[in-house]
Structure formats: structure tokens, C-alpha cells
Design a protein around this ligand. Sequence first.
Ligand code: ZN
Length: 288
Amino acid sequence: MGLARTGELLEAARGAGGGLGAFNVVGLEHAEGIVAGAERLGSAVVLQVSERTVRFHGERLRPIADACLALARAAAVPVSVHLDHATTPELCEEAMALGLSSVMFDGSALDYEANVAATAAVVATGHRHGVAVEAELGEVGGKDGVHSPGARTDPGEAARYVEATGIDALAVAIGSSHAMLRKEAVLDFELLERLRCVLPVPLVLHGSSGVADGDLERAVRSGIVKVNVGTELNKAFTDACRTTIAPTEVVDPRRYLDAGRTAVAESVARVLRVIDRARRAPGPDETA
Ligand SMILES: [Zn+2]
């Protein structure tokens, strides 16, 4: 229990035919809520700090990363700490030096050859530090990479990309997108099956907040291992704070931050229950 390595959590989840919830941290209360939700279910969990959150914290990774690492060490379940959507190798290297066990290098703004070269360099550094590297393969010319709802990962290109870069996990484009407030994503399960067949690494679903529970369960059964959730927690957190503040003259931030943190814990527990159902449900080969 306590601080775990993302690579080991991914392999354990995949080996058990299940998924691994990875939740985006904004501040300390988010991180505390995420760990509390995971402890409620007895599930392993990933705390993710994105480059945007680093920017929010005055361009400093260390204070929020150290807080996450401290919470992980004290947790009653395995918790790893991950850097999400880093667009520079320097930020990835800083995360490795701070003791995070995985990073996502986002080279989706680069063209294919430049993405391969930059990602392979991050992987080489990561593997020297025992750090797992996740990456994504953006559409050539696409602006939002794997996160535009129309983007699709090409299985052949993805297989070449994994081989050429040596990455440990791949974020795939199968129909989800970031920042969806409603669960309206339409996932391409046929493509997911094909990706699972040709790719040797665990697959990652970004934008899982926009995926309906039944589809999320099916996605995990169909090969998604790491399930990234951010927006759903932010919505729960903000709704709870708003409800607490609105009718009163409350000035003590602890009042509404506590409500927000509790709402995050409940959301995390809810998502982890959905992921857990996938592991318990019969796989595609067992339904016949
Ligand atoms: Zn993402």
C-alpha cells in the first residue's frame, strides 16, 4: 500500500482483466478526495498532475507533486503519481527527478516524425529512471490530437509508433474528447478491438468523463486499461462548492472546500465502481 509505480499498477490491472482509474488533481482538496474515494473502494488509483495544473500553480510542479506523493505514501491503497499532458521534455524530466513514476508526453502538436523523435527521447530518459511513459498519436494536421471527437487512431500507424518510440502506454482516439459535461461520447468499439489486437501496450482513454457508464465498462472489457477522468470531478467539486456558498454568508473556505472534496471522493468511488464492474463482468470470449 502507499506510493506505487504506475507501470506496476497498469500491468496488475491488465493482468486482472480490469482497468485503472486515473484522476486529475487541481489542488490539495482534489488529491485528498481522490485518495479518499479510492480507499472507500479499496482500489489502486493514479493521481495525475497536468501541465495546465502546473501552470495554475505558478508554473511550479514541485509543491503540488510533493503533496500528491505525500498523500500517496500515507494512503491505505496503492497510489501512483503521474504527470499528464506534458508538452516539453524538460517538464517530464523534472517530474522524474521529483519521484513521479510515470509521465505522459503529449507530442500531438508535432508532425509524426517529430513526435516519434521527441517521444523516443523522453522514453529513453524515463526508462533510465524506471519511469513509464504514456504518449498519444495525434492526427496529422489535427489540432486537438486524440481529443477531437472525430479523431481516430490508425491501428497500423499506432503499431509503428509504439515500436519506434518504446512507450509503455498509448492514449487512443476512439471517440472521446476532453471537457465533456455530458456523457454523450460515441465510442468506436470495433476500432478499440482492432487496436487491442495490434498494440502490445496498455491503452489509455482520455476524456472518460464524457463516456456513459455502460460504455466505459465495455471499453475496459474491450482493452482500455487506464481510464483518465478530470472534468467529472471538477463539475462535482464546483457544484458542491456553489451549493454550499450560495444561500449563506459563508466566508470560511474550509466549509465549501470540504463539500467539494467530499463530492470528489464520491465521484471517484462512483467511477471506480464502474471500472470494477468491467473486471467482474464476463469477457467477450466467455459470453458465448
Ligand atoms: Zn487527456
